[in-house]
Design a protein around this ligand. Sequence first.
Ligand code: PHE
Length: 345
Amino acid sequence: MGPRLQDWKQEINQCASLRDLEDIRIRLLGKSGEITQMLKNLGTLDAGQRREKGAEINQLKEGVRLCLEDRHALLAAQALDDKLAGEAVDVTLSSRPEAVGTLHPLTRTLEEITAYFVNAGFSVAEGSDIEDEEHNFTALNIPEHHPARQSHDTFYLNAPGMLLRTHTSPVQIRTMKATPPPIRILSLGRVYRSDFDATHTPMFHQVEGLVIDQGTHMGHLKSCIIDFLRHYFDIADLPLRFRPSFFPFTEPSAEVDIGCSREGNALKIGTGKDWLEILGCGMVHPKVLLNCGIDPDIYQGFAFGMGLDRITMLKYGLPDIRPFFEGDARWLKHYGFSPYFPAGA
Ligand code: PHE
C-alpha cells in the first residue's frame, strides 16, 4: 500500500489546477473511486483480514484526503493571487491613456507668472471682460476725446458707455477703490481690440501688476521688472533698458526693451545689439490715485502691463498668434505642455 500512497501523493502534488485536483479526488475518493472501491471490496474478505485491510485502506484514504486538502489550499490561494493581480488597478495611470491632452502654452505662461508673483507677495485680482468707459478710460486719466481712446480700437457694446476692456488696467481702478493700501496685485485676463494679423488677434491676454505703498519709487519698479524678466526668460544677465514713454495713467512712464539679435528670420533673446519692446510701466499718476480716493501725498505706486500672448510667443519661438485660438489639436499636441509637470514646480 505504501508505494501506492506515494504515487498518488506525487500525482496530487504535481497537479496544477483546482479542476484537475477535483478530477483526482473523484477518481480516488468519489462514489466509484479507486479507494471507495477498495473499501467496498472488503466485504468479500473474512473477518480477520477485513479488520487488518480495512485499517490499512482507511489510513490510505486519510493520507490521500489530507494531501488533497493541502494541495487544494495551495492552489486556491494561488488562484486568488492570480485573480487579484489580474484585477489590480494602477491608480497612477491615466484613466484615459488614449487621451493626450496638453496645457496650452498660454496656460503655462499664466501659471508660471502667477506662481512667480504670488511668491513675491502679490495676490491675484480679477476683473471682468465687459467694462465701462469710466473704469477702462476716465478714471485712468484718459479723458473723453483723448486720442488713446481711439488708438485702443475699442469694441463698444450697444449699451451706452459699455465696452469690452481694451487692457487690464481697469482692474487697478477697481482694486484701489475697493481696497485700502498697501496693495500688491496681479491681474491676468482677456482684453479686446479690433486688430487682426500674425501678431494681433481681436482677443488677446494681458498681465498687469500694481503696487501701492508708502515710499514706493522708481527703483522698486525697476528691480521688480528686471528680476521678473530675467527669471521669466531664464537669462541671468538679460540686457534690459527702460525707455521713456507715455501712458496717461502713469508718470513718469517707460517702456521696457530686452536685448536680442535678429538674423534673417531668427530672433534670439538675450544676445545681440537689437532691442525688443516687452512691456509698459510707470509710477501711478497722482490723478489716478485721487480718482480712487487715495492720497498721493501719502501713497505712491507703480504699475506694469504686458501682453501674455506676446511673451509666450517670444519664449517659445512661436511666430504667429492666430493658431493660439484655433483649437487645432495637432498644434496643441506639438506646442502644449504636459499637465504633470506644472510651472514653478
Ligand atoms: N495698459 C497699458 C497698455 O495696455 C499697459 C500699461 C499698464 C502701462 C500699466 C503702464 C502701466 O498698453
